[in-house]
Design a protein around this ligand. Structure first.
Ligand code: ADP
Ligand code: AIR
Ligand code: ASP
Length: 287
């Protein structure tokens, strides 16, 4: 562990230098934080579940042609990814009112939105990730119009796909947060690829029938049963057997290791899709 070069330690993950240039290792921690780090705890086994779920969802998204940073799972808590230059914008897609949207607009939690809403937040812990609009993003140079358009398109497709995926297993995707990064190809071409994490830490997921919350709101709202909820999501996705991997803080390590193998076979052959539209030239009129 200590031989590796730690590049960054965040709230939920540690990023280590990868084995080859242009790669990094994401180590998923058991730490849970909310409300910009004001509330914290450690929940045994959480990192195993978020690592597995994120690896799986990224692999599925690659399968429908959305380029992602995911390369392969390494072990229970770690995955190898392509190193990207993170665009400092969090895109939140909402299908149903909850969380900060419900609070800001005085909507009842659970109100179905007539169409999905995309919001942008400037990724800056010191400022508490403030909500921003497209004009802020372009004017401040956080992303250019082409990059923003690409992120919006990919987020819409991701929402359509994940909505269907979850609906098929009796789950409702209420909202989620995405991060994207820049990756330059060998000829200097720019790719915008999906990065960071997609898991119950970054999505709101409800059981469709009972409306039970199966995401990080269990921690934010002190509802308890976070591991059971994340395991339920993993079980329905077909990632772990019904009896679960973690019981009372004890982790069935050999079972967890064998499941990684299956996941890696699934994701063995993937290509990063090229973005074909040219980058707009500065100074040209925008249509
Ligand atoms: P935070 O920084 O919000 O505390 P995490 O604990 O999840 O979040 O840390 C992961 C960090 O790594 C985030 O800042 C995220 O933007 C960044 N990141 C995610 N994917 C990649 C990637 N493929 N390459 C480089 N950085 C990444
Ligand atoms: N999110 C935003 N910042 C960090 C995360 N994980 C996710 C939440 C929720 C969605 O974005 O997990 O799924 C919207 O969050 P909020 O708090 O704005 O309602
Ligand atoms: N992860 C963020 C934080 O630690 C936001 C959240 O999930 O509530 O504050």
């Amino acid at each position: 562990m200590s031989r590796r070069n730690k590049l960054y330690e965040g709230k939920a993950k540690i990023i280590y230098e990868g084995p080859e240039p242009g790669t990094v290792i994401h180590h998923y921690k058991d730490d849970a934080t909310a409300f910009n780090n004001q509330k914290r705890d450690t929940i045994a086994g959480k990192g195993i579940l978020t690592n597995r779920i994120s690896a799986h969802l990224m692999t599925r998204l690659e399968g429908i042609g959305i380029p992602t940073h995911f390369i392969k799972s390494l072990n229970m808590r770690e995955q190898l990814t392509r190193e990207v230059e993170i665009i400092p914008i969090e895109l939140v897609v909402r299908n149903i009112a909850a969380g900060s949207l419900a609070k800001r607009l005085g909507l009842d939690e659970g109100t179905i939105l007539p169409k999905p809403i995309i919001e942008f937040y400037y990724k800056n812990d010191g400022l508490g990730d403030p909500m921003v609009n497209e004009d802020h993003i372009i004017t401040m140079g956080w992303a250019d119009p082409y990059e923003l358009e690409e992120m919006i398109l990919m987020s819409g497709r991701t929402n359509d796909y994940l909505n269907g995926l979850f609906a098929g297993i009796g789950l409702t995707l209420v909202d989620f947060k995405l991060e994207y990064g820049r990756l330059w190809g060998e000829h200097g071409e720019l790719y915008i690829i999906l990065a960071d994490e997609i898991s119950p830490d970054t999505c709101r997921i409800w059981d469709t029938e009972s409306k039970k919350k199966l995401d990080k709101d269990r921690f934010r709202q002190d509802l308890g049963g976070l591991i059971e909820a994340y395991q339920e999501v993993a079980v329905r996705l077909g990632l772990i057997p019904r009896e679960g991997l973690i019981k009372g803080g004890d982790i069935n390590e050999s079972l967890a290791a064998s499941l990684e193998e299956i996941e890696n076979k699934l994701g063995a052959s993937r290509n990063i899709r090229s973005i074909t539209r040219p980058k707009p030239t500065k100074g040209q009129p925008q249509h």
